[in-house]
Design a binder for this molecule. Structure first.
Ligand code: ADP
Ligand code: ADP
Length: 224
């Protein structure tokens, strides 16, 4: 197993947001975390990303314990629901940010940014500011920024839910295409069952801080 969460528990005061949650993601797999608002999906994603601390349980990547590593050392790419681009940086600066802080040469960053812009089908917007782009375009750039550093895991937190239905359907397919072409193991949070069915190799259903069911879309919805 590539990424493993075992018995993850998270409490806020005396409220238990996650109660011994276990999930697994294999290499190259696209996994959707599905459940109603407030069931703990984002909390689990943030634990995996290292943005919050576990109160119990373990997270391992290729057998190595992640729990003690800070977020920036986990090598994960993250796309949030919205407004996550740096507003005062151009698109190229946003995408190249992670490479720049890793000391990659300017020319190499520029080349990589162009390659990523082509991959997300926005070759012309390098010098634009995020505010000049539509919501769907901004999420494409957020995806490009997340994958720029060749992340070991891609974490997507409701990346489509702020978009209108038409854009959402197009971008959903594009995200899947990009994920497949790069083979990045991906965990996407969604409350949209149709979205999970369309995208996932595996769906993990949560409710009230626990995993209630997990399996392929066929397992969960098409078996008698
Ligand atoms: P989801 O992503 O499924 O909508 P969340 O993980 O955001 O759910 O939240 C799960 C529960 O934990 C919710 O009841 C939420 O209000 C609560 N919660 C999340 N973050 C905090 C926090 N920092 N402090 C207190 N409660 C929180
Ligand atoms: P989402 O849009 O993913 O459901 P929320 O709007 O629930 O996220 O939460 C946004 C931020 O507020 C997060 O950092 C979360 O941890 C925090 N938060 C959520 N619920 C609570 C709460 N009941 N008390 C304190 N902080 C909370």
């Amino acid at each position: 197993m590539y990424l493993t969460v075992r018995d993850a528990t998270k409490t806020y005061g005396n409220f238990t947001a996650l109660d011994r949650v276990s999930i697994e993601i294999e290499k190259g797999e696209f996994v959707c975390l599905l459940g109603p608002s407030g069931c703990g999906k984002t909390t689990l994603l943030r634990l995996i990303a290292g943005l919050t601390d576990l109160d119990g349980g373990t997270i391992t990547l290729e057998g190595a314990t992640l729990s003690d590593l800070p977020a920036r050392k986990r090598g994960f790419g993250i796309v949030f629901q919205s407004y996550s681009l740096f507003p005062n940086m151009t698109v190229a600066e946003n995408i190249g940010y992670g490479l720049k802080i890793r000391g990659v040469r300017k020319d190499d960053i520029a080349a990589r940014v162009q390659e990523l812009l082509a991959l997300v089908k926005l070759p012309q917007v390098a010098d634009n500011l995020p505010g000049q782009l539509s919501g769907g375009q901004q999420q494409r750039i957020a995806l490009a920024r997340a994958i720029a550093v060749d992340p070991r895991v891609l974490l997507l937190d409701e990346p489509l839910s702020a978009l209108d239905a038409k854009v959402r359907a197009v971008l959903r397919d594009e995200i899947r295409q990009v994920q497949r072409s790069l083979g990045i193991p991906t965990l996407m949070v969604t409350h949209d069952q149709e979205e999970a069915l369309a995208l996932a190799d595996k769906i993990i259903c949560m409710n009230h801080g626990v995993v209630v069911q997990a399996g392929t879309p066929e397992d969960l919805y098409h078996r008698p």
